[in-house]
Design a protein around this ligand. Sequence first.
Ligand SMILES: [Ca+2]
Length: 287
Amino acid sequence: MNAQHANRHSAKARDRGARPGRCRTNAAVFWGLALALSTTWVGAAASPEECLWVPPSWESRLAYYNSFDLPEGTAAVNVAGLTEKVKVATGPDGIGGRCARSEQQQGLVVSGDALSPHRPLAVSFWWALLDEAKLDSGFGLFHLGGGSGFVSHFARSGPWCGLTRPAAVLQVYYLPGIANVNGLYDFDLLGHLDLRPNVWHHTALVFSAASLVELYTDGRKVWEVRLTGRNFAESDGLRDLTLGGLHGGLRVALDEVMILDRPLTAAEIGEYCAAVGQLREVGWLQR
Ligand SMILES: [Ca+2]
């Protein structure tokens, strides 16, 4: 069955025509090997030619996808109609091909009603620091706001929180009726994650049942919280998403940003990260 799926996907890739040869070849190999690594991939729905790097079982629920490989960093898929609020600069050396590589302390900013976590939502992206992390360093990865409060994932050090090393935090704050969450889940991120410049990591935020927030780093669940007080609501106005670029200090490169209108499971995220990691190790993905 896996071989059959791999062949079907390779045929699809060939039919897509205008894609540059290197990318098309890599994509066919990529998902051929990914299928070999997993027994849970399912057949792909029809998709734009730019979706070659998206796991087949994710494609039909893809609301937004940006690999930063199209001219001017344009999103390949944006069926959610998200507004891109900041023009991202792109550069080489992404996890695959080009990446968002802003020289300013500003990340990717998209906005739209589809981002409200009162509905199922998953955000998957790769990131790498562009600057050397130090003991007083901080950087932002995920910030969903726009209303009265926010959901934010970042690393921070400094006297504001009594921390002497960069700590990893996921906060849910200032949403009336929801108890504030200060998910300080790793007091020494620098000691536990390779934060050297241009080392790529994967992050996924998964929202389900309007009340459960799960955080994954490099394919492994590192934290979760179930809201107390009430669930997320549309009236919270959470519709502005920034990836990278907040909380000062270090610049963050981004690649392969995917937003889905369904939760991703731990198995799906783990398999995706394992496939990408193994293919990079054997040199199939452009470094
Ligand atoms: Ca890319």
